[in-house]
Design a protein around this ligand. Structure first.
Ligand SMILES: O=C(O)CCC(=O)C(=O)O
Length: 275
């Protein structure tokens, strides 16, 4: 078991995030990048807009990442041994595009209660200040949910452009990761990220989130996989793991899962981002 050390746990509890956690080698991370780019090349519309969610449902390689034992050991230290994967998201920022992520708290619109869950951000490419790594407001997780302005913006990778305003930038820390390293962050930490000013893509594969099986979805319906332990609560629909890339049956389940996710993210909203 590669559980978090007591220092790492302390870091998570004090700051609201912990990093870096070694998960993949650089070469393994590159294999994941190749898989993502293979899907983008062969099925150009598949990973756009809402298609950036639930990507583990259509690719055995991306699915395998979510079940990585190093990731699960670290997550186990925070939420316990009964772990469900309740979603994945690709956060991709291409060079010369206007993508950014406004400062926000994940727990705001996601409907996962109680907050026995954690988000894992796995760097598929290096993530640094030049290419727009996340910036974390350490300690901000201890104050409950803050007011979020809805500032829809084409460049904002967040669904509604939800924004915590007046975040003191000098109190935020860049979360620099090498390809293959991961960070874990708390449902209520305030975080965001700026533009990619480099010449290469910045790719984050995010398990959003790992939840304890005691966590319900109070705003809608979510589709989960058992990652570890068991699920005596049975709040969610369990889905099978993919056996091959883009199996029509998996594509169909993902379509339904994504439509249900949109109901959670956009109840009554007319504007949707399409990056
Ligand atoms: O990838 C980013 O820049 C932001 C990701 C994020 O907000 C999250 O994983 O919760």
């Amino acid at each position: 078991m590669s559980k978090l050390s007591s220092n790492q746990l302390q870091e998570y509890n004090d700051n609201g995030y912990v990093a870096p956690i070694e998960v993949l080698t650089k070469d393994e991370a590159f294999e994941i990048r190749k898989e993502i780019e293979n899907i983008e090349t062969k099925w150009p519309d598949e990973l756009k807009g809402a298609g950036r969610n639930y990507v583990h449902m259509i690719s055995p390689i991306l699915d395998e990442v979510c079940h990585n034992s190093k990731m699960l050991d670290a997550v186990d230290s925070i939420i316990g041994k009964n772990i469900l994967i309740c979603g994945t998201t690709l956060f991709i920022k291409n060079p010369n595009e206007k993508g950014f992520v406004s400062f926000h708290q994940d727990a705001t619109y996601i409907g996962l209660e109680p907050r026995n869950w954690v988000t894992a951000w796995l760097a598929i490419t290096d993530a640094n200040e030049e290419n727009g790594c996340m910036r974390m407001w350490s300690g901000s997780h201890t104050n409950n949910i803050r007011h979020h302005e809805q500032k829809f913006d084409e460049g904002n990778l967040l669904t509604r452009g939800q924004t915590v305003e007046n975040v003191p930038l000098d109190k935020t820390t860049p979360l620099v990761l090498k390809a293959g390293q991961m960070s874990l962050h708390h449902p209520t930490i305030v975080h965001g990220s700026g533009l990619n000013k480099s010449n290469d893509r910045r790719i984050g594969f995010v398990v959003q989130s790992y939840i304890g099986s005691n966590v319900d979805q109070v705003l809608g319906k979510m589709y989960v996989q058992q990652a570890r332990g068991n699920d005596t609560f049975k709040y969610h629909k369990h889905t099978k793991r993919p056996n091959k890339l883009m199996d029509p049956e998996d594509i169909q389940i993902r379509k339904i899962a994504n439509a249900d996710l949109q109901q959670i993210f956009y109840p009554g909203e007319t504007k949707k981002r399409d990056l």
